[in-house]
Design a binder for this molecule. Structure first.
Ligand code: MYA
Length: 130
């Protein structure tokens, strides 16, 4: 059983060390904006891949949650296409691409706010928990 107690590292308002993402929804899927901080880096001035993966994971999950599914991530394939420097503002987007009942598939991406630079993409397999 999945319980949402608002401590999610990515979206929980109660978590003082979390990313505090605010998720919005449109006709296509879900999205958020985010600015990377110094404490999100790996190599000097370059955003850590784990944080990038977290954003893709979170938005993929929310894409399914907003359609009424309780899911956990079973698999996430990430392509890191371009390094992201600290201070960069990005848009993160995800949408459900296939609903197979027990498994749901979602695509996600991180891009510049003007959508001209694609930084990373994700393909998630989400397992429905009943
Ligand atoms: C309004 C309130 C909102 C609140 C929002 C809060 C948001 C919070 C957001 C949080 C966001 C963060 C989100 C997170 O981070 S969620 C946390 C990270 N994820 C987990 O902890 C999941 C851990 N894994 C498991 O619990 C189980 O292994 C699951 C449930 C995934 C499957 O175990 P289960 O016993 O159910 O299934 P099965 O093993 O019999 O397999 C069943 C089918 O699934 C296929 N399969 C299985 N595994 C994989 C795999 N790895 N890749 C691809 N496919 C896989 C398998 O082929 C089979 O298909 P088939 O045999 O029919 O062909």
């Amino acid at each position: 059983m999945l319980i949402a107690d608002d401590w999610c590292f990515a979206c929980g308002r109660a978590n003082p060390l979390g990313l505090r993402l605010e998720i919005s929804q449109d006709n296509e899927g879900v999205f958020t904006t985010f600015q990377f901080q110094k404490n999100h880096q790996g190599w000097n001035n370059i955003v850590h891949g784990g944080i990038i993966s977290t954003l893709l994971d979170e938005l993929s999950t929310w894409a399914a949650v907003k359609l009424g599914h309780n899911v956990v991530t079973a698999q996430l394939i990430v392509k890191f296409k371009k390094p992201i420097t600290i201070g960069t503002y990005v848009r993160v987007f995800a949408k459900v691409t296939e609903d197979k009942g027990r498994l749901i598939y979602a695509k996600s991406q991180i891009e510049s706010l003007d959508k001209t630079i694609l930084y990373a993409t994700g393909l998630a397999t989400l397992s429905v928990i009943r």
